[in-house]
Design a protein around this ligand. Sequence first.
Ligand code: NAD
Length: 369
Amino acid sequence: MKAKFQTRREFLKTTAIAAASVPLIGAFSSCAQTAGPDRKIGFALAGLGNLSTHQIAPALQKTKFCRLTGIITGTPEKAEQWKAQYDIPDRNIYNYDTMEKMADNPDIDVVYVVTPNALHAGHTIKAAKAGKHVLCEKPMEASVEKCEQMIDECKKAGRQLAIGYRLHFEPNNLECVRLVREKVFGDLKIIDAEFGFKIGDPTQWRLKKDLAGGGCLMDVGIYALQATRYLSGEEPLEISAITTVTDPVKFSEVEESILWQMKFPSGTVANCSSTYRVGGIDRFNVYAENGWFGLDPAYNYNGIHGRRSDGEQIHFTSIDQFAAEMDDFAQCILNNQPTKVPGEEGLRDVKIMMAIYEAAKTGKTVSLS
Ligand code: NAD
């Protein structure tokens, strides 16, 4: 079965152009066509934690089509700090209980949901009901049902829902997709994809099942899963998996490490892993009939690069992936075009991750159709 989503096909189509002129990477976004910067799309950030503070807010300052106009936070001190730092007026500051009041606020077009995973649906649905488009961080949610609700509510509200899959805008990853699509090394056969890090603070929400939905798979393994899907352009048919816990105190609720294998309709197989126990694992390798290539690091914010079996390097200049992702979504809204990273794409990953957990739990191969 080939990947279903129209937006995925667009991703692959744009990818083919990517290697030809990488400095124009912004132009490869599916919605980056006609809009000029006459009107900037107003973004409100929901959840002012690490990602919002250190990546998204600074990235917003670099965008062409977006501006930071509002915040949603449960912490009044953060509201004061952000208000001063980003010149946000009081009328654009909300908490999680007042989000419905955004309905009257024309300064805010998009709510970017950057809260713990299992809160994404609640915040997305409140934003949609207030008439706002939503950009939601990965993983989309902690269950298939919640993802479906998010899609339904955004549709009902007539608003777009995009998932924060920043690597769909990253030139080195796009180049690898081109190498597969153009069969530069022949037919794809095997993908290895791995992403993990050593997690710190044992009290953080990432280790709590009710807030995170799962462990390293939901948090960073999702990047390895995404890589296998955008590289192959296919959806997995069969999955087997195992998990392990060597620190049962720290990892009492979520998996510490997970390894999974997938078979795709073409016969391509993928060998993947993710961990919260050790650092330095951030790569994929692609093996085709006549050669191989890969990225290491593959999923970072900066410095992504890789090698090919013919001795060439893969090393396109880093872009701000968050700025590219937000500018693309803004242009989709301005041009009334669909995003290439819609809720359906997030739902697909959550369905597959649930199948990976089922395979690990039962010890049996799980079939997906
Ligand atoms: P974080 O813990 O630093 O921030 C989370 C924010 O949510 C905090 O401001 C916290 O106050 C707020 N929050 C609201 N209700 C909460 C509750 N009930 N419990 C705990 N916190 C609550 O986390 P983060 O690293 O910023 O991650 C936020 C989201 O962004 C997650 O979904 C994560 O997967 C995603 N993320 C994506 C990337 C990426 O590269 N795209 C990178 C990091 C995180």
